[in-house]
Design a protein. Structure first.
Length: 447
């Protein structure tokens, strides 16, 4: 039950007992008013400033139990219990002015009270309630601080454990990267028909530049303007090659299957090289999970990092419709691999969510645009949404929404996402319902 203070009566008490300047004292910041276990027969009223009370436990640790400001009382327990022993040390954390009464104070009664206890009981109860609320707040702050510390220790331990694994993975990735580059060189030399070598090199240099929606639109365009079979149009639409490269006087220069085969070979090597490079970055990022800085380069095209991420996840997005609405953005100073890791974690989550509804056509929409001095990226899926019981904890370590499939149970994807966004002075918000989940990332142009 909350104790309400009678303000008029309170002001009468202050005027009656604490208005004599002869019983006012001044404290400087850092001065000690009371000491734990020492004698005190005074009740203090804080006129100005702020005090903190703390106890020293048997282990010698300082435990804060109260903070009190103007209008509060100090020394309540020792004064009214009559044992005149302070239970805590009270220190000024600001310059203070206090008024006091002694234990020999005579009662000045207007309502028939016969003791100071009777007169001050409503005020004491109100002050004790305030202290209880303050102590609850302090305990909540301690719990949050402890949780942050434990999370930091957990992430640091993860980084240490990952160091040995990362070393081995880096060696393996280096071999794959070198051998892929060697294979590319050999295929360029051994290519049987030099006519098709440019298609191989286009795939190798640019990769798969079209989204599934753009491929469908390009296929429709090819069918409308040229006499092609459905299969020919489908193959050529995926290459992203222009009309002047493919046609001469409205007719195909080369068989569609041959064009596609050489282009696909080059695009596959492109994917392998990008994947090897990104794997190296991801391993490095896990090792340095707790490090707050990374090497950044100017002129990074954020839209290109989104497209490269889709390339890396192409095999997992095969049965999911990906709609890209990427507007022109200014180049930013960023770590390209870090941004790819950001989008990859968010898209992996979207893919996992969509897989939980097998009978539903999966859809992911990605939008990027410039809003004043902020780059805004929105990633929306049509999965079942985030369960209510973990919606407020998704950015914490060890929290995962996966219900099936291969999972190591680390639950670090969104923790890494939040760390990357925060390191760019950005924000990330999430909205989720049974119709899907919607992540919004905002990053200042200046990073």
């Amino acid at each position: 039950m909350q104790v309400q203070r009678d303000e008029a009566y309170f002001q009468w008490l202050i005027r009656t007992y604490f208005s004599d300047p002869k019983r006012w004292i001044q404290l400087k910041k850092g001065d000690i008013l009371l000491e734990q276990g020492h004698y005190n027969n005074r009740l203090y009223y804080i006129r100005a400033g702020k005090l903190v009370g703390y106890m020293v436990n048997p282990e010698g640790q300082r435990v804060e139990i109260l903070q009190a400001g103007p209008g509060a009382f100090v020394g309540i327990y020792s004064f009214f219990s009559k044992n005149f022993t302070s239970v805590a040390t009270v220190e000024a954390i600001e310059d203070c002015e206090l008024a006091y009464i002694n234990s020999n104070q005579q009662v000045i009664s207007t309502r028939g009270e016969c003791s100071l206890e009777q007169q001050f009981m409503p005020m004491v109860m109100s002050d004790l309630l305030r202290r209880q609320q303050e102590l609850q707040r302090l305990n909540q702050e301690r719990a949050q601080t402890l949780k942050k510390l434990l999370d930091q220790q957990r992430l640091a331990s993860l980084g240490q454990m990952a160091a040995g694994i990362a070393h081995e993975l880096n060696n393996a990735v280096a071999v794959l990267s070198r051998n892929t580059s060697w294979l590319v060189e050999q295929l360029q030399l051994l290519c049987g028909d030099p006519t098709f070598l440019p298609f191989f090199e286009l795939g190798l240099n640019k990769g798969r530049i079209y989204s599934s929606r753009e491929v469908r639109a390009r296929k429709k365009q090819l069918l409308e303007h040229f006499q092609l079979t459905d299969k020919e149009a489908d193959l050529l639409a995926q290459t992203g090659l222009s009309d002047d490269v493919l046609f001469n006087n409205g007719k195909l220069k080369f068989p569609a299957e041959n064009v596609y085969r050489y282009w696909e070979l080059g695009a596959t090597f492109y994917d392998m090289l990008v994947a090897a490079d990104q794997t190296s970055h991801v391993v490095h990022s896990i090792r340095t999970l707790g490090i707050q800085h990374s090497q950044r380069q100017p002129g990074v095209n954020l839209n290109e990092t989104i497209k490269e991420t889709i390339t890396l996840l192409r095999h997992r997005l095969r049965d999911i419709q990906v709609d890209l609405n990427l507007h022109s953005l200014p180049p930013v100073e960023a770590n390209k691999g870090e941004l790819i890791q950001l989008w990859m974690n968010l898209l992996q989550n979207a893919i996992e969510a969509i897989k939980q509804v097998p009978d539903k056509k999966g859809q992911i929409k990605i939008t990027s645009k410039l809003s004043k001095d902020l780059i805004k990226v929105e990633i929306r899926d049509n999965g079942p949404g985030i369960p209510d019981e973990i919606k407020n904890k998704i950015f914490q370590p060890n929290v995962t929404t996966k219900v099936s499939g291969l999972s190591f149970g680390l639950g670090l994807g969104l923790t890494i996402v939040q760390r990357i966004v925060t390191n760019y002075n950005g924000t990330i918000d999430v909205t989720s319902s049974k119709k899907g989940t919607y992540f919004t990332i905002k990053i200042p142009i200046g990073g």
